[in-house]
Design a protein around this ligand. Sequence first.
Ligand code: DGL
Length: 280
Amino acid sequence: MKPAATPDLGSPAPCLGVFDSGLGGLTVLAALRRRLPRARLLYAADSAYAPYGERDAAYVIERSRVLTRFLLAEGAQLLVVACNTATALAIAELRREWPGVPFVGIEPAIKPALAARGQADGPVGVLATPATLGSDRFRTLLARHGADSPVLLQPCPGLAEAIETRGPQDPATLDLLRDLCAPLKAAGCTRVVLGCTHYPLLAEAILRVFGEPAPQLLDPADAVAAQAARLAGELPGCAAAAPLRAWSNGDAQLLRRVAAACGIAIDTVLPLPEASPVSA
Ligand code: DGL
């Protein structure tokens, strides 16, 4: 789809709902905005229920169903699960429950990280939540693309939570990041997969931690946006009342600041309503 120069709010445009456990999905939202400048984007940040990455599947499925239901009620025609953990643990359930709705998920970029690996390259490091790395979906991904390759898996407990509660620039967040990256740096990783949508918010800090030679960081946000744009091209479109709306049950100011750092201007952050649990 050829992007228009300026948003045209009058004519039909696709409406995409995007959700994450909190701020991380803003990194995907920014890629979607670049790919689909005319689309109506609805973003739900579930910060009050973050982190997902240290919870069990039942919890993540329940929260994902609540957010999906909310975004569909707001008019979303396609759902982007902008969270590796929710994709790993919940997207299959969402697809089962809403068979008519297109869902696009995100998963760690193991395949591209290994595809162009040369003789001189070090191991591939993967930073992700404990829940993502422990999931069947991730095990299958790794077995398919990285069974005989040197891949170092680094679970990052506490990192998404630190970003949510303290912000990506906070010294304590950066101290934790340094500790978590240390094994990958010591092993000489030349590529690092950012397997949680919160971690691209720390991209510069990760490069500072590694120093020279700088590893290549792999963030699949643009590939996800490209896939969503392909599917959105098949939607009938809706009248785009506003180009971008966000809801959060966490710190709205921090969300606006982080969005601005990702290149997205969010003026209004509405309170994400508390929904009664969705029963199976
Ligand atoms: N941003 C999410 C991910 O991509 C989850 C972070 C969390 O809530 O633990 O995995």
